[in-house]
Design a protein around this ligand. Structure first.
Ligand code: NAP
Length: 382
């Protein structure tokens, strides 16, 4: 084993595997994120095996450096000050299929591009992920926020998540029930930097029917007498997402974003009634109009955050210097180049404050934050 000073690139052979731990210094994180914002990681390593992950964490412990995990960078906001510890990019690769009759178990390593996996499952005629087409990022990040779209979320298909415990370096598999999945959340999100996700196993149904319960998707498929194929559902979802700049494409002026910036608030009936009353009293809502909401269970209602944002005075396409709101969707904050994370968060705070003033509901950010003193820097402000 060879040790350099902290000022040098350090290479260590992992005795059990062929891959090598390379720790780099002062690595810009902005190019590794879809927002293209934020500072540098003091130390950085791309992780392509479990052995290398363990070596990296031991290195961080020996050098008293905190550790943060990065995936595909599509749902993260990096501080302008960067991260003063070791950033591990969970870039493990590999996909395995286990055919158990009607159920096919697909295990994908954390660094597999998410949409490539969805495309493969649709091509193989495996139902369960088709509505999650076109979402950017890597597999390992999907359990963190329980990624969902068009009536499906990953928790519906996840059988288990293989993790590395960053505290004791133990590997284990968490069954779905142990992951604490909820609406756009999980144990991984509630207790950040406790585990590195190594791989995710999905239980998918061979020749299963696609899930077409989401109204907008149903309408776009113009369902007649026949059930659309998984491939047709995938194409429909991709079309819908493209129309809202939710598929990252080089020519799209809204492409630098972290997708939805806020989570749709889930409120109880009384809070919803108060919101509607306040909106009517202030003239934001006509007497026959309603706040768009969807029942979650008998007692709570999901409210469209995009609607709240627009009604609070923040229109699609609004621009504030280098940052703004997507011209295709009010829920996505975008970076137009040359900006800072502070610019983006100032806009996010203004939106949150306006929604709170207008509707008395607190919008929560959807992305995770890297390099900030708290897990939610918006909560600490004002
Ligand atoms: P939208 O049509 O503007 O509707 C606003 C919100 O209302 C949606 O977020 C959705 O909640 C909810 N909604 C609409 N119709 C619904 C129905 N029939 N049943 C239950 N809830 C309904 O939606 P959008 O913003 O364009 O997004 C379309 C889909 O893509 C949504 O499912 C959204 O979550 C998803 N998406 C997910 C991410 C992410 O996971 N990061 C990013 C971008 C878009 P839900 O969000 O709960 O579906």
């Amino acid at each position: 084993m060879r040790w350099g000073t902290l000022g040098l690139m350090i290479e260590e052979a992992d005795c059990n595997q062929e891959s090598v731990l390379r720790i780099q210094q002062r690595v810009p994180l902005a190019p590794l994120t879809t927002l293209e914002l934020g500072g540098t990681a003091s130390f950085f390593a791309s992780i392509d095996s479990v052995g290398v992950a363990k070596e990296a964490i031991r290195w961080a412990n020996r050098n008293s450096r905190p550790v943060a995990i990065l995936g595909g960078g599509s749902n993260v906001v990096v501080s302008d000050d960067g991260y003063r510890g070791l950033v591990l990019r969970a870039a493990l690769r590999g996909v395995q299929l286990r055919d158990d009759g009607a159920t096919v178990r697909v295990t994908a390593a954390a660094g597999e591009p998410w949409d490539d996996l969805v495309e493969m499952t649709v091509t193989e005629n495996l139902a369960g992920l088709e509505c999650l087409s076109g979402i950017p990022g890597w597999v390992g990040a999907t359990p963190i926020q329980n990624v969902g779209a068009y009536g499906q979320d990953v928790a519906m298909a996840i059988e288990g998540v293989r993790v590395l415990d960053l505290k004791n370096l133990e590997e284990k598999t968490l069954a779905r029930e142990a992951c604490g999945f909820g609406y756009r959340t999980s144990t991984f999100r509630e207790i950040p930097n406790h585990f590195m996700v190594l791989s995710v196993t999905f239980a998918l149904e061979r020749h299963g029917r696609p899930k077409i319960e989401y109204g907008e998707l149903r309408r776009s498929l113009e369902i007649g007498g026949t059930t659309p194929s998984l491939a047709e559902v995938r194409q429909a979802v991709l079309g819908l997402r493209r129309s809202k700049s939710m598929v990252i494409e080089a020519s799209d002026p809204n492409r630098l974003s972290a997708g939805s910036f806020f989570v749709n608030p889930v409120v109880d009936a009384l809070t919803l009634a108060t919101m509607i009353e306040r909106a009517r009293n202030s003239g934001v809502l006509g007497s026959s109009e309603n706040v768009p909401n969807f029942p979650v269970d008998g007692q709570s209602f999901k409210v469209s955050a995009a609607w709240l944002i627009e009604k609070a005075g923040f229109a699609k396409g609004l621009r504030r210097g280098a940052c703004g709101i997507s011209s295709a969707h009010a829920l996505a904050l975008v970076h137009h180049g040359g900006g800072t994370t502070r610019d983006l968060l100032t806009l996010a705070q203004d939106i949150r404050d306006a929604v709170r003033l207008q509707f008395d509901v607190e919008l929560q950010p959807e992305p995770v934050f890297l390099g900030f003193p708290t897990a939610n820097p918006l909560a600490a402000s004002r």
